[in-house]
Each structure stands twice: as C-alpha cells, then as structure tokens.
Design a protein around this ligand. Structure first.
Ligand code: 5GP
Ligand code: MN
Length: 347
C-alpha cells in the first residue's frame, strides 16, 4: 500500500478523518447492506450508491439498493443501474443502511430504513443528522466525492465501475463543471478517475446526448414561453401537463431544461415551475456564482445547494410565481451587495 499522504491538520480535517474512520469500521464489521438516497434520484444519488455498491462487493459484502423512483433514463445504461430495486419500503434483513445524498431520512420515500444501523453520508446544507453515524461535508461538490474518500479508506482498488459512477455523480452535480462548489480537489479526484479508466467524452455523450426528438421539441415549446424578470437577470419558465403532451413529451422529459436559460450571458438565475395540480407547483431553481437559491428554497420548505435547489409550493400560479420571483430577486440583490462590499480587513 502506498503511504498515506500527510494532510494538514485542523479541527475540520480531524473531524473528517474521524467520520471516515467510523464509517470504515462500521462497514468492516457488518455484512449485509441496504443503500438508499433521495426520491427522484439524480446522477449523484445513483453514482454515489453504485460506486459504494461496487466497493462493498469488492470486500465480499452483500448489497442491495432500494430507491423510491427509477433512475433518470440516460443513466439506465450505466453498470448496475438496472439492478436497483424501485420500492416504497425495504424488505429483508440487513446489518446497516447507508443513506447517501439525502438531507432527511424521509426524503428517501423508502419506509423501514430506520430499523437498521443508519450511516448518513451527505453534502446538502441542513442535513438533519439522522444516522447512527453522520458524515456531512457541505464543501463536497458531489456526495460522490465523499464516496471516493471512503473507497480509498477501505483500501478497495478503484475499478472502472466505481470510477465511472463517481464521475457521473461529480459531472451531474456540478452542472457539467459549472457550479461554485467545484474545488481543486474535484479535479484531483477526476484525474484519478480518468486514470482508472473513465472516458469523459463517452460519459458526457451517454448522459447529455441521449435526447428523443419529443424531448427536444418539448424543450423548444417550454423555452419559447420564457419570461424575464429583475431587468433580465431572472428567467421564468413553466410547464403544465397539457403543454408536455402537446409536444409529445412527459414531465420527466423536462429534466435538464432548467440549465439552458443560464447559457444566456445576462441571465443570473432561473426558476422553473411544473404544475402538479392547478394549486400545487414543483419549483426548481438554478443560479450563477454567489446567488444563493438554496436560501430561497428553504423559505418555501425545500432545500438543495447554493446554485441548484428546489421546493414544492401550494397556491394559484400567479401568486406562487410572484412570491418566488420576489424571493429570488432579493437573493440576486444580496449576492450583488456582497460582491460590492469591501473585503473584511485582514486580522
Ligand atoms: P432539482 O431542481 O433538480 O429537483 O433539485 C436541485 C437540488 O435541490 C437537488 O440537490 C435536490 O436534492 C434539491 N431539492 C430539490 N427539491 C427539494 C426539496 O423539496 N427539499 C430539499 N431539501 N431539497 C430539494
Ligand atoms: Mn448531490
């Protein structure tokens, strides 16, 4: 084994090492694991769970993944994804549940996980600390970065399956390397993943270039209704089922659409409304730089990350739209004010 590189010691680094050591010890002394993540799993949920699965199996452990909802369809071709059990509860005997990328146990939508020894690994601000072991790292660009550390600490070789899934988590959770959560460490991990056999163009093509024509047309019809607020800094897009059906698509087909308005230079934030019923809306938000849409989502009972967050809001569309536009406009102003503020004096 190569020597462990020396890390700078600090209280945060020590806490991190202690959490990793506790998780490694808990894994070593157990045999049967059930893994889960948040409902409507994204690339980081799927990538984190499968990277962990392959690592545990390399140690001879028994592993099953149970998710409330199926993986996004572009991910179905990645190794192991089709084995994920889609169910609302866990059946069977397990020694531990590893819940990743999930701020509250209830967000899994999977009943029965609390019967086991729960290991909670997450990077969402506001994680509720629901596990017997909790490792939270709000600085990780993806939960998959944290899984990378655990794989290394377990001493499991970085197989191409493990590496691909960690890469999928990082690629998708950074919005294809756009968000401010990215660090030098993100690239250091990615370098090791590429050395382990990941082919970034192949992964990117599988994930991003797998549209159906119906999906592209749906993007066209939804984007043609784009409205601008806050002097063009905020884009508003909305879809209802009628619009989706007319374009020959479904709500699932709108996945990824929200990122497109941010490709316009002047647009700093986007809010996307999906009508669930006439008085209930699923809200997704994205932003650039220091604009904190997670703080907005939290005001409405949701959560997420600074540059990508969501919530579900009840009310008539005009009223819900106005409340969200006002809150995001405030967040844009706060970020602008912070950027203009003089740097705090050095101590
Ligand atoms: P999306 O807009 O893709 O649904 O979600 C973006 C991010 O916000 C993801 O990290 C997701 O987990 C988080 N998120 C979305 N909706 C909610 C919510 O209702 N509650 C919490 N806590 N997080 C959410
Ligand atoms: Mn994530």
């Amino acid at each position: 084994m190569p020597p462990t590189p020396e890390r700078p010691t600090s209280p945060a680094a020590d806490a991190r090492q202690a959490a990793i050591a506790a998780i490694v010890a808990a894994i070593r002394e157990r045999q049967r694991f059930v893994l889960s993540s948040h409902a409507r799993p994204d690339g980081d949920s799927i990538g984190s769970q499968l990277a962990m699965t392959y690592a545990l199996r390399a140690l001879g452990k028994h592993v099953e993944i149970v998710n409330q909802d199926p993986a996004p369809s572009p991910l179905m071709t990645f190794p192991g994804v089709s084995e994920i059990r889609v169910a609302g509860e866990v059946a069977g005997e397990f020694d531990a549940a590893i819940v990743m990328e999930c701020s509250e146990l209830g967000r899994t939508g999977v009943a029965g996980l609390d019967r086991y020894f729960v290991i909670n690994i997450d990077h969402h601000p506001g994680n509720a600390g629901y596990g017997a072991i909790n490792w939270f790292d709000g600085d990780a660009a993806a939960c998959a970065e944290m899984v990378f550390d655990i794989v290394r600490a377990l001493g499991v070789p970085l197989s191409v399956e493990i590496a691909v899934h960690i890469y999928v988590g990082i690629l998708t959770d950074t919005g294809s390397f756009h968000y401010s959560s990215i660090s030098a460490r993100t690239f250091d991990i990615c370098r090791q993943l590429v050395e382990a056999g990941v082919e970034p163009p192949k992964v990117a093509r599988s994930i991003f270039d797998s549209n159906s024509l119906g999906r592209l047309k749906l993007f066209g019809s939804v984007l043609s209704t784009i409205q601008l607020e806050d002097d063009g800094r905020l884009a508003v897009v909305a879809v209802d089922r009628e619009m989706a059906a007319a374009a020959g698509g479904t709500y699932e087909d709108t996945e990824g659409l929200i990122n497109l308005p941010l490709t316009v230079r002047e647009i700093q934030a986007v809010v996307f409304f999906k009508e669930l019923d006439p008085r209930l809306f699923r809200v997704s938000m994205r932003s650039k730089g220091e604009i904190d849409v997670c703080s907005v989502a939290k005001q409405f009972g949701g959560g997420g990350h600074k540059n990508a967050s969501g919530c579900t809001v009840a009310g008539a569309y005009a009223e819900v739209r106005a409340r969200l536009v006002a809150a995001i406009t405030d967040a844009i102003a706060r970020a602008a004010a912070a950027e203009l503020a003089p740097a705090s004096p050095a101590r």
